[in-house]
Design a protein around this ligand. Structure first.
Ligand code: ZN
Length: 147
């Protein structure tokens, strides 16, 4: 593990993004890889405590994706980082990019039920008009949550 990786993994935004992906992977893996053996993630990020005391429990393939995503996130050259889906730098391999899109598509909407209303909506919805609708819905969900 490089110093730069370890350093980046301490940044609030990186921790936030990485944990979000961990939650997404758990939702996706539970729903799509029900028959696969699962184990707590043992990535470099997990070793650094990025996911907190309980790393995401996922199958091998999803674990590979998360370990890969940690690296991509840590070495992202953009500051501030745009949403990956809106970025002009394609740093993921096409295979991992497609897998990640699948995870996002599946877990994004479902993550609304797991306390990621705003993040989920931002990641899933493309386009300005869709974003406006989503923000209104996120506000509704936030109101529901604060009651
Ligand atoms: Zn999986």
């Amino acid at each position: 593990m490089s110093d730069r990786f370890a350093e980046k993994m301490r940044e609030t935004a990186v921790v936030h993004d990485t944990r979000l992906l961990g939650d997404f992977a758990v939702i996706y893996c539970r729903g799509n890889h029900a028959d696969e053996a699962k184990a707590p993630l043992a990535s470099d990020g997990a070793a650094l405590g990025v996911y907190g005391a309980r790393p995401p429990v996922v199958c091998d393939r999803c674990a590979d994706l998360l370990a890969y995503a940690e690296k991509r996130r840590a070495y992202c050259p953009k500051d501030p980082k745009p949403f990956c889906s809106h970025c002009d730098t394609h740093c993921y391999t096409s295979e991992q990019a497609e897998y990640m899109r699948e995870v996002m598509r599946y877990a994004g909407p479902r993550s609304l039920l797991h306390g990621h209303a705003v993040d989920g909506i931002k990641h899933v919805i493309e386009g300005r008009k869709a974003k406006r609708t989503a923000a209104a819905r996120a506000a509704d969900i936030d109101r529901e949550g604060s009651r």
